[in-house]
Design a protein around this ligand. Structure first.
Ligand code: MLT
Length: 268
């Protein structure tokens, strides 16, 4: 694995990893994560694909964006990394917030997208009550409540069985999330509040879409995701039993196989 760092006035330090050989797959993490999120699947995928795994601006080793962060700016950061790596088009797999970024990328750079994997994610905007909830969380986080917010949030990402049997994994995950600054967490939540509805982008999609759904996911619920999973012209759906919002951690083998099979189809 190579760690790379690139700089611009907008992104004073953008960190990403490059691994493997073959057609490109970009793996975008969600909130409040870093590119390390993919560590249980990256070795296997790197056998057949070139992986690009950024830390989104303000997470991991990447510094915050110098402007108000948006999904569009994060999509620009992904396009910039692809330019630097001389990758014209790629499959993009986005986990939750990473899926919102991937949708912004799909709208802005449709011809650079060979296939889209929506990993526990949706194309629609937040409903008003969700935006209000996020505003309250931002206020709590910025008033010194980051610990409370993260400690309450992380267990809700995992299925009942997984969290009962993997206490240490949850603890490590919480510690990692706590590394992010309160300001960065607020940046991401503001970007989520501001993101527009992109359901229409699916209807216009010239690329195939793979939907990965956790049956116990309380955030991207199976009902919500299934509603959108027929909107693109070519859709594949994989439902994970005994899994919530974190398929790459709860069921990494299945997730890696699903992405590899889809990537095989997109590069056929
Ligand atoms: C994520 O996993 O990225 C977040 O749960 C997304 C969200 O809050 O909508």
């Amino acid at each position: 694995m190579q760690a790379k760092y690139i700089q611009s006035p907008l992104f004073p330090n953008l960190h990403y990893r490059v691994m493997g050989h073959g057609p490109a797959i970009v793996l975008l993490h969600g909130f409040p994560e870093t590119g390390k999120l993919w560590s249980k699947v990256w070795d296997e995928l790197a056998m057949d694909f070139t992986l690009i795994i950024p830390d989104m601006p303000g997470s991991g080793e990447s510094s915050r964006c110098t402007e108000s962060l948006t999904m569009e700016l994060m999509a620009d950061a992904v396009a910039w990394i692809m330019d630097v790596e001389h990758i014209n088009d790629a499959i993009i797999a986005g986990h939750s917030m990473g899926g919102y970024v991937a949708m912004a990328f799909a709208e802005k750079y449709p011809l650079r997208l060979k296939g889209l994997v929506m990993v526990h994610s949706i194309a629609s905007a937040d409903p008003e009550e969700k935006k209000e909830q996020r505003r309250k969380s931002i206020s709590l986080i910025l008033k010194g409540g980051k610990q409370a917010f993260v400690r309450q949030m992380i267990p809700n990402l995992f299925s009942k069985t997984y969290k009962k049997n993997n206490f240490d994994e949850l603890r490590l995950h919480t510690e990692d999330a706590l590394q992010q600054s309160a300001e960065s967490l607020a940046d991401f939540y503001n970007a989520m509040i501001m993101r527009p509805d992109r359901v229409k982008v699916l209807a216009d999609a010239v690329f195939p879409v793979l939907w990965l759904i956790g049956r116990e996911d309380a955030i991207a619920t199976s009902a919500k995701v299934l509603q959108q999973s027929t909107l693109a012209n070519v859709n594949f759906v994989s439902v994970y039993d005994d899994c919530a919002h974190m398929g790459m951690i709860e069921q990494p083998v299945k997730l890696q196989q699903d992405i590899a099979a889809f990537a095989g189809y997109c590069n056929r």
